[in-house]
Design a protein around this ligand. Structure first.
Ligand code: ZN
Length: 347
C-alpha cells in the first residue's frame, strides 16, 4: 500500500535549520522508480543547507527536501523500467544528468554540464520515499549493508579521487582527514600504495583516520613537518601522488612542496573562494593536476562495490547513528567537527 504522505526533512524557510514535515509521496514517471529510504548519510553539503550560508541561499530553492546519501529498497517502478525489480535493495547516483550534451553522448555522464543534484536542485533523499530515474539506481549486493549503502556517495568521491592516478607501489599524501579523506586513505591502501600519509590540524580527525585505517600515518601539520615524515618513512624525494581533500590553501602549498618532480595531484577539496597558487612552483616541478567532480557513472560505483566485496573496510568511519526523529543531534554531531559519518535511520 502506497501512503499519501511521508516524513521528510525539509528546508522550509530561508533561515538556519531543517524541519521535519509531512510531504506528499512523490509520483513517478515511466522511467523512474520509487525507493523506500532506509538509511541516509549527512553530508557537508547538508550542513551548508542547514546553516543557510551564501552558497545555499544562492543555490537551493525553497521548499526543498534535502539529502542525497541514501540506501533503500525499490517499491514502485515506472512502466519503461527494465532490469530492476520491486524489493531490490539499492543506493543511487544523486546527480541527475541530461542525455543531449556532448559529454553525455560520449558516455562521460559525470561531466554533463546540465547535472542537477537531488537534495540541492531537486527533491532529495531525507524522506521516507525518494523518486529517482531508474538509470541512477545502483543495486546493492547482499554483502553491502544499508549503512554502507548510505555512504556510497562520499565513498564514491574518495574512490574517484584516489583512483585518478595509479597508486600501486606509490607514496600517497592526503591533505584533510574528514570522512572523505579518511576513506580515500583506505582506498589508497587497498589499491596497493606503499606509504599513505594523511594530514590535518584537528587531532580528533587524525585519531579517527588511524582508527579507520590503522596503517595510515597521521600527521598534525601544526606540530610536525612533512619533510621530517618524508625522511622518517625513507621516501627520499617525496610523495608520488597527492589527494587534496581540505580546500585549504596552506595544505595545497604543503602538498606541492612535499611532492616528487613530476608528481600528480587530484583535487577534491573546495577552497572557500579564489586563493593564490604558486604556479611557477607547479610548473618547475612538472606537476599534473586533476579536478575531481562527483563520481564516474558508473565506473566509480562498480569499482567501489567490487572493492567493498574484496576487503575494503570503511565501516568505522561511521561514528554516529540516530533515528531520524533525532536528526538535530545528528546535525549537531556533524557540526562539532569531531564526527566521522553520521547515519540517520528512517525505518
Ligand atoms: Zn554528500
Amino acid at each position: 500500500m502506497r501512503p499519501n504522505t511521508m516524513k521528510a526533512l525539509e528546508k522550509s524557510k530561508p533561515e538556519e535549520g531543517l524541519w521535519m514535515v509531512q510531504a506528499p509521496v512523490p509520483e513517478i514517471n515511466a522511467d523512474e522508480v520509487l525507493i523506500r529510504v532506509n538509511k541516509t548519510g549527512i553530508c557537508g553539503t547538508d550542513i551548508h543547507i542547514w546553516n543557510w550560508d551564501d552558497w545555499a541561499a544562492a543555490t537551493v530553492p525553497i521548499p526543498m527536501i534535502t539529502g542525497h546519501e541514501f540506501a533503500g529498497e525499490i517499491v514502485e517502478m515506472g512502466r519503461n523500467v527494465t532490469g530492476l525489480e520491486i524489493g531490490q535493495r539499492c543506493s543511487g547516483e544523486g546527480h541527475l544528468i541530461t542525455t543531449d550534451s556532448r559529454q553525455s553522448r560520449a558516455g562521460k555522464f559525470h561531466l554533463d554540464p546540465g547535472t542537477r543534484g537531488i537534495g540541492v536542485n531537486e527533491q532529495g533523499a531525507f524522506a521516507q520515499y525518494l523518486k529517482l530515474p531508474a538509470f541512477n539506481v545502483v543495486p546493492l549486493p547482499d554483502d553491502v549493508p544499508d549503512e554502507i549503502g548510505a555512504i556510497l556517495d562520499p565513498l564514491g568521491n574518495a574512490v574517484h579521487t584516489a583512483l585518478s592516478f595509479d597508486l600501486l607501489g606509490e607514496d600517497v599524501l592526503i591533505t584533510g582527514a574528514g570522512p572523505i579523506g579518511i576513506m580515500a586513505a583506505a582506498v589508497a591502501r587497498h589499491a596497493g600504495a606503499r606509504n599513505v600519509v594523511i594530514t590535518d590540524i584537528n587531532p580528533d580527525r587524525l585519531k579517527l583516520a588511524e582508527h579507520v585505517v590503522p596503517t595510515v600515518r597521521p600527521v598534525d601539520v601544526s606540530k610536525e613537518d612533512l619533510q621530517d615524515v618524508i625522511a622518517e618513512l625513507d621516501m627520499k624525494e617525496g610523495f608520488d601522488v597527492g589527494l587534496e581533500m581540505s580546500g585549504s590553501q596552506i595544505a595545497l602549498d604543503q602538498m606541492v612542496e612535499a611532492l616528487v618532480m613530476g608528481g600528480k595531484i587530484a583535487l577534491l577539496g573546495i577552497p572557500p573562494g579564489k586563493s593564490p597558487v604558486d604556479w611557477s612552483r607547479i610548473v618547475f616541478k612538472a606537476i599534473t593536476i586533476k579536478g575531481v567532480y562527483g563520481r564516474e557513472m558508473f565506473e566509480t560505483w562498480y569499482k567501489m562495490i567490487a572493492m567493498l566485496q574484496n576487503g575494503l573496510d570503511v565501516s568505522r568511519v561511521i561514528t554516529h547513528r540516530f533515528g531520524v526523529d533525532e536528526f538535530a543531534e545528528g546535525f549537531a554531531a556533524m557540526k562539532s567537527g569531531q564526527s566521522g559519518k553520521v547515519v540517520l535511520d528512517w525505518t
